[in-house]
Design a protein around this ligand. Sequence first.
Ligand code: NDP
Ligand code: DGY
Length: 328
Amino acid sequence: MRPVRLMKVFVTRRIPPEGRAALARAADCEVEEWDSDEPIPDKELERGMTGAHGLLCLLSDRVDKRLLDTAGANLKVISTLSVGVDHLALDEIKKRGIRVGYTPDVLTDATAELAVSLLLSTCRRLPEAIEEVKNGGWTSWNPMWMCGYGLSQSTVGIIGLGRIGQAIARRLKPFGVQRFLYTGRQPRPQEAAEFQAEFVSMPQLAVESDFVVVSCSLTPATKGLCNKDFFQQMKTTAVFVNISRGDVVNQDDLYQALASGRIAAAGLDVTTPEPLPTDHPLLTLKNCVILPHIGSATHRTRNTMSLLAANNLLAGLRGEPMPSELKL
Ligand code: NDP
Ligand code: DGY
């Protein structure tokens, strides 16, 4: 009998159990995993990738031309444990005929839920208020103290009315939002109809929104999209929320806008870099709430993402349709 040639799979982190188990069951693959909760060092990634047929990676692994060259011609599939694909050099990947799997939809609800939590925490100043209880700043019930901004009768502007943008709007609507605006590359009348959302330009969205929520993908066109000009057009009472990627925002400009009172507050689930250094100026601001990129972090969602990522990888390696393949 001819020996069966196993396909080599490299996994760049310890992943949730369902995905791990699916890979372990794959009799046609030899799976090597960076068995750690910490990021893989570059050297180990290069070593593991060399000669691999399949890669299961995270959004924190930068898959660039150099790494693809290192991997060599065996590499047929890249499966990322994320819906965002900005860490992948898609042009290079396409040139090499490599298939890409990703994890849309299964994390939409968890991420939208987190976005709403972040928005409410930011506009109603929850972290600041909790701190005041602990540090003795709460001296009496004071009519003027700890006031924030509410959603009722507000205008919410969404940058990127995609899967997550729509799921956020759906959750915000029952809070009494009066008007939804959105922007993107083109109008999406079908999706917008549910919220009677109006397609507007970036400047109009900045000028008219009480809340700005960023839920677009990071591309060359969206890098630095929210900059000084944008913040200057926003209302001084407006609240800015970003759950997309840190690079969509010019963080120096955001810092200036927050520190000078140009805008009221910001809530960020994503920053540049990640993790944000603990001495970063944004962390000195009371009107900035920062979370450590936990949009999809529920046990169920991460497990489902890991299973989908594993199934994408295995289907791609076997030449079958992937459950979620990125169109390149
Ligand atoms: P979708 O592809 O459904 O949505 C992406 C949106 O980006 C679309 O509405 C698209 O609008 C918009 N977009 C693309 N280019 C531009 C542009 N030039 N200007 C304005 N908008 C643009 O993806 P998802 O909703 O599933 O995910 C969105 C992003 O959220 C991911 O790419 C990821 O970066 C981030 N994310 C963050 C998470 C977290 O933990 N914080 C969790 C999950 C995702 P149009 O096509 O109309 O231009
Ligand atoms: C993604 O999937 O792109 C998120 O940032 C993490 O779930």
